[in-house]
Write a protein that binds this ligand. Structure first.
Ligand SMILES: *Cc1c(COP(=O)(O)O)cnc(C)c1O
Length: 437
């Protein structure tokens, strides 16, 4: 692992300045492989962020379990194109297996389809494309061929706290951002069920398993039951939170998700798989396939699984192999414990900070902790000092109009000593912040 106990979690300014060594125009002649690797190690490695260690709490980034890391090296040497069965039988078979395992692990309806994509941004785009197309199909309108020109109008209902990538996906799908019906959220960031407008069969409803700031989960059972009766398509953005469904002690948080139509989730966050690993899941296999289909004279789809039928890409990395290795190395029990462990550590982190005079702004139901101090400037100053300390790294966010420090415990590498050391860094930063004008 690149980070040792004592290398800073965020690179020093010197290390960043050293990146200057990469600025050159493309040389006329190529360099030796060994020279390239040495250069990267010398000039690039010091400017990496130590997120494979235990004290990185920024965004919701996750770590990387050893078996998956080694598998990724191996699959990179295989250099498989997972677009079609004929390009890589092994990728195709492992996609099928991951699909079954995930449906089972997350408790989704039998025969739901999975598409293996780069991340939740794309997974959400795919799920919403399937939803948009299906709603319009039910109105006898084929948007895939006719486009949105003159299409019957559909409505999009979502929480005002939906993730920014959901808004981006809607905008890419021609649904814009201005005419969406944005429903207010409660104090924990859950969509306010009584503020959801009357649902109907022309509505796409987007819910959230894991609010990106507070980690809160929407009330899926009540809302999805309403939606099903009305013929509304429900997509759940569960980028990091959907994994609660795979954890015995936490699965109450995701109760009712199986009533939705499509889901997006990242393996590269909570599950600690390598990057470039998101999944779209869809109850309606055909709808997902139709939304993402394409044809060309040289493409001969097989009876076997062709990955590109479930993704926007044609050529693609065999990412299901890493996912398979991650799941295989953890097992059901291991996934359950991994997720519960992140939750327990987030609780421990929040209690320690509270005991040291910090304010915790959310109910820590999952792995996210929102921290502040009585004064907004102190919060900002403390965050900056924590970031510069190299001891740990957290990002900032705005919560209910106020600046907060956002902690995400999402790496399996984080242990209780890492948290103690990070709390000490917070305490020290606070002292300095309080004592400097
Ligand atoms: C991270 C995240 C996304 C986007 O996922 P990417 O894998 O970064 O594309 C979407 N929604 C939520 C809630 C997230 O946390």
């Amino acid at each position: 692992m690149s980070n040792t106990m004592n290398s800073p979690v965020f690179p020093s300014q010197d290390a960043i300045d050293q990146l200057e060594a990469f600025h050159e125009s493309l040389p006329d002649y190529g360099a030796e492989a060994l020279e390239i690797i040495k250069k990267l190690h010398r000039d690039g490695a010091p400017a990496t962020v130590a997120q494979t260690g235990g004290r990185y709490f920024g965004f919701v980034n996750g770590g990387i379990v050893p078996a998956a890391l080694a598998t990724k090296w191996l699959t990179d040497t295989w250099d498989q194109n997972a677009a079609m069965y004929v390009m890589s039988p092994v990728a195709s078979v492992l996609e099928e297996i991951c699909e079954q395992w995930l449906v089972d692990l997350l408790g989704l309806p039998d025969n739901s389809a999975a598409g293996f994509v780069s991340g939740s941004s794309l997974a959400t785009l795919c799920g919403l494309a399937a939803g948009r197309n299906t709603l319009l199909q039910r109105l006898n309108y084929d948007v895939a061929s006719r486009g949105l020109f003159g299409a019957p109008e559909i409505r999009v209902v979502l929480s005002e706290q939906a993730h920014s990538t959901v808004f981006k996906a809607l905008s890419l799908l021609g649904l814009g951002t201005e005419r969406l019906i944005k429903v207010p959220a409660d104090e924990e960031g859950r969509i306010l069920i009584h503020s959801i407008p009357k649902l109907d069969e022309r509505t796409l409803l987007i819910l959230q398993a894991g609010n990106v700031s507070s980690g809160a989960f929407d009330d899926f059972t009540s809302i999805c039951e309403m939606a099903r009766k009305a013929g509304t398509w429900v997509h759940i953005d569960g980028a990091f939170g959907l994994w609660a469904a795979a954890s015995e002690p936490l699965k109450h948080l995701t109760k009712g998700i199986e009533l939705a139509d499509s889901w997006s989730v990242d393996a590269h966050k909570t599950l600690n798989a390598p990057y470039d690993n998101g999944i779209v899941l869809c109850r309606h296999r055909k709808a997902l396939g139709q939304a993402l289909s394409m044809s060309a004279s040289y493409l001969e789809y097989s009876q076997q699984r062709d990955g590109m039928k479930y993704t926007p890409d044609a050529s693609q990395r065999a990412r299901a192999v890493d996912l398979w290795a991650t799941l295989k190395s953890l097992g059901k029990q291991g996934v359950s414990e991994l997720v519960e462990d992140l939750h327990q550590k987030a609780l421990y982190f929040s209690r320690s900070l509270e005991q040291n005079g910090f304010i915790i702004n959310n109910k820590v139901c999952f792995n996210q902790v929102l921290v502040s101090m009585e004064d907004e400037n102190l919060t900002k100053k403390t965050l900056e000092l924590v970031q510069n300390s190299g001891e740990c790294w957290c990002g900032g966010a705005t919560w209910k109009g106020k600046s907060v420090i956002r902690i995400s415990v999402s790496s399996y590498r984080t242990d209780y000593k890492d948290i103690d050391r990070s709390v000490a860094a917070f305490v020290q930063a606070k002292e300095v912040a309080v004592n400097t004008p």
